[in-house]
Ligand binder design. Structure first.
Ligand SMILES: Nc1ncnc2c1ncn2[C@@H]1O[C@H](COP(=O)(O)OP(=O)(O)O)[C@@H](O)[C@H]1O
Ligand SMILES: [Mg+2]
Length: 257
């Protein structure tokens, strides 16, 4: 088994009086993809914000490569190699693709290496190379997600925290982006923590999964085992198909009118 790079122990985080993270513990080993699944409002984004220092936890420990990092400033945490790609692909819309990537490398001064990494990003996302001089705000949602991931890669992450990269994208684009994440993990050795509502694609990519409900971990195990679990099938894989069927019915109804 690999070495543990990130360990979260009994973490609690609040928004004022609201307890959003209620004693979460989890581990990520070197080279793994670990996914945290859960419905909207489960606390997934709060967990990532607390790990990356955007929020301070009330209690608990976050240990990265043997060092306690809870309560550190976000830039100190980035400098240690933890890179957060936030929900909603926050790229700078008025800056070009190239400028967004350069901003990703803001903590670095090794010019030749930065250019090498930019070419690496372009090799994974060729569409970004084609559009390198275009303003990021003019890209499609999928392309903006690719840019957000590419910008994260420019920081040479030891671990990437990916917050719902599938959100709002077509199934085809989701497949494309997850295939690239898989290659980044296998070929570049990027360790990943991925939070998702889309349980199916997340479990296909991940080695290990945790399921979060109302701020707590309620289940965990290997991705293969979770995929076969009746509870997961019923509540996460089943519901999704149900939801999609519902949506199709709804769409059909609308066109009848
Ligand atoms: N800025 C905020 N202020 C107050 N409550 C919040 C804020 N952001 C999230 N919450 C609450 O915290 C809980 C967890 O939210 P979040 O971490 O965004 O869930 P998820 O990412 O799993 O959808 C929810 O109950 C949500 O309403
Ligand atoms: Mg979220």
């Amino acid at each position: 088994m690999g070495e543990t790079v990130l360990e979260v122990k009994n973490l609690e985080s609040f928004y004022g009086p609201i307890m959003a993270i209620r004693g979460v513990s989890l581990k990520v080993e070197q080279g793994q993809v670990v996914t945290v699944l859960g419905a909207n409002g489960a606390g997934k984004s709060t967990l990532m914000k607390t790990i990356s220092g955007i929020m301070d936890p009330e209690k608990g420990h976050i240990v990265f490569e043997g060092e306690e990092i809870q309560g550190m400033e976000p830039h100190q945490i980035v400098n240690r190699g933890i890179v957060h790609v936030p929900e909603g692909r926050e790229v700078f819309p008025l800056l070009t693709v190239d400028e967004n990537l350069s901003l990703g490398a803001y903590t670095r001064s090794d010019k030749a290496e930065i250019e090498r990494d930019r070419e690496m990003v372009f090799s994974y996302f060729p569409i970004l190379a084609e559009r390198r001089n275009q303003e990021a705000g003019t890209l499609s949602g999928g392309q903006q997600q690719m840019l957000a991931i590419g910008r994260g890669l420019m920081l040479r992450p030891k671990i990437m925290l990916l917050d719902e990269p599938s959100l709002g994208l077509s199934p085809l684009l989701v497949q494309e982006i997850f295939a690239i994440l898989n290659r980044l993990n296998k070929d570049e050795g990027v360790t990943m923590m991925l939070v998702e509502q889309n349980a199916r694609v997340a479990l296909e990519l991940a080695d290990i999964g945790y399921v979060m409900e109302i701020g707590r971990i309620v289940m965990d195990g290997s991705a293969d085992r979770l995929m076969e679990s009746d509870d997961i099938k019923a509540f996460y894989l089943g519901h999704q198909e149900e939801g999609q069927r519902g949506e199709r019915r709804w769409k059909r109804k609308k066109t009848w009118r």
